[in-house]
Design a binder for this molecule. Structure first.
Ligand code: SAM
Length: 471
């Protein structure tokens, strides 16, 4: 029986409820009166339920789809402004005991080069990432209790935070590792992680079990209930995601929204972020063998609807998407993107070296400087801000800031301060020029005059060598 408050996976992601939702959506997709009323309701910024959201996803009316795109853009502007937070993934180890059929790290892959970074190698990687200008990482690892035990992950986090190279620093480490115990989540929390990210891959239980035939990840309930354990362990920023292409996207979308509703119902706070990865070609993986690949148009619609239906969540687009697709969807409510990414173990320090430890082909091959430059020419502010979680504004406290409308007096100056650091320490002359003009203009978008004056003062201090200010 469907129950969003239940702690049992099969009750908060109830298969029958999803089937009923899809039926309801099919029956109502041409009901333009209902569609219009939902679009109207979404303007209140309270989000939409999985049933309502599924009607919008099913609707094929061109004019309404355009209105969904426009509304997503408007909501993003109203709440987050035009800032885009930058991050990079850091692959620690590709040893893995699971059998995920879409991932080249699956245990049966005997020819992929298996690598696990030593702490010294992590230092080299982090130094290379700092030299690019990154301040925020998402660490990634396969699941392997012998090679990648939690102690290894914790030690690696400590190493990453300890490295201070020139003016560089990694100020926020998000973690994307397999589902684990409450005790381990508590340890991750104590290690000072930002968001705990875990992709559901698919919410369809039967498909999930087929796609994860062997290893601990086979257990659907253990995987699906991981966010509840993470929250029990004290982590209150969790990141959801579906690997689009594995199952029917409409099924996944309903499941994703039900998961967000469940977190809100049980913990009082929804997902901090939602990621929208699509399956990519990789070592022994051919994405075409999966039947449910989605077009760029559907992908854009999914992005827009996530923004409309879960208005306070951060939305992440990785370099799995090429520059053209990122250019198309960036305006639809995306709030975080990666730049200059390497998906191989050791890929930052060993740039250009021949090896095959990559998890998937990176489609957007631009450097971080090129991505920053592109964002600014499109009118966005690339932000390297990590202030919220360092000031204790996580979970419901972050959401409260969002909802209070004070974000422009807090996130806007923080974005400008961290962009200024980037421009001085890492940017090319052309990027620097565009960035300085952008900062001068964007100062005018800080509503509170005192905050604005303080921001100008701090920008000047950064110019003179000081670093790491935050509101
Ligand atoms: N091993 C951890 C786990 O099982 O959750 C997480 C780390 S894994 C490196 C990160 C994510 O990459 C997976 O959750 C999956 O969604 C995604 N991924 C795996 N194979 C992929 C592929 N061929 N193309 C795109 N994304 C892929």
């Amino acid at each position: 029986m469907y129950n969003p408050k239940s702690l049992k996976a099969e009750e908060f992601i109830d298969h029958q409820e999803i089937l009923d939702t899809l039926k309801y959506a099919d029956e109502n997709k041409d009901n333009l009166e209902l569609v219009d009323s939902l679009l109207e309701k979404a303007k209140n910024l309270k989000g939409l339920s999985h049933r309502e959201a599924s009607v919008l996803l099913a609707c094929e009316d061109e004019d309404r789809i355009q209105r969904m795109f426009d509304l997503a853009e408007q909501i993003k502007k109203d709440f987050y402004g035009n800032r885009i937070v930058m991050f990079a993934p850091l692959y620690l180890s590709n040893y893995c005991v699971n059998g995920c059929v879409y991932c080249p790290y699956h245990a049966k892959n005997k020819h992929i080069c298996r690598k696990k970074l030593t702490q010294d190698e992590i230092r080299r990687e982090v130094t290379a990432l700092q030299d690019m200008g990154h301040k925020r990482l998402a660490i990634e690892a396969g699941e392997d209790p012998v090679n990648n035990p939690i102690e290894y992950i914790l030690e690696s986090i400590k190493t990453i935070y300890s490295i201070k190279h020139k003016n560089g620093a990694i100020r926020r480490v998000n973690v994307n590792i397999a589902a684990t115990t409450v005790e381990n989540y508590r340890k991750l929390k104590e290690a000072g992680i930002g968001t705990y990210i875990l992709f559901q891959e698919t919410y369809h239980k039967e498909s999930y079990e087929k796609l994860h035939p062997t290893g601990p990840k086979h257990n659907y309930a253990y995987h699906t209930e991981a966010m509840d354990r993470a929250m029990e362990g004290g982590i209150d920023d969790v990141g959801l995601g579906v690997l689009f292409g594995l199952e029917l996207y409409r099924y996944e979308f309903a499941g994703l929204l039900m998961h967000a509703e469940h977190l809100e119902a049980v913990h009082g706070v929804g997902p901090h972020t939602i990621s929208v990865p699509r399956i990519k070609r990789a070592d022994d993986i051919d994405p075409d063998v999966f039947d449910n690949g989605i077009s760029d148009e559907i992908f854009a619609k999914l992005c827009a609807l996530i923004r409309i239906c879960v208005p306070y969540t951060g939305m992440i687009i990785s370099t799995r998407e090429n520059a053209k697709v990122r250019d198309k969807v960036i305006r639809l409510g995306v709030s975080q993107i990666s730049g200059g990414s390497r998906t191989s173990v050791g890929g930052y320090a060993d740039e250009g070296e021949e090896e095959n430890s990559e998890q998937f082909d990176v489609s957007d091959q631009r450097t971080l400087d090129q991505v920053v430059n592109w964002l600014m020419t499109k009118g966005y502010i690339p932000s390297f801000c990590t202030a919220c979680y360092r000031a204790g504004r996580t979970g419901d406290r972050f959401m409260a800031l969002c909802k209070s409308g004070q974000i422009q007096n807090c996130c806007q100056p923080n974005a400008l301060l961290t962009l200024k650091e980037y421009l001085i320490d890492y940017a090319s002359p052309e990027t620097k020029k565009i960035g300085e003009e952008l900062i001068a203009n964007e100062l005018n978008n800080i509503p509170n005059e005192k905050v604005k004056a303080k921001c100008i003062e701090l920008l000047d201090k950064i110019e003179h060598g000081d670093r790491d200010f935050k509101f």
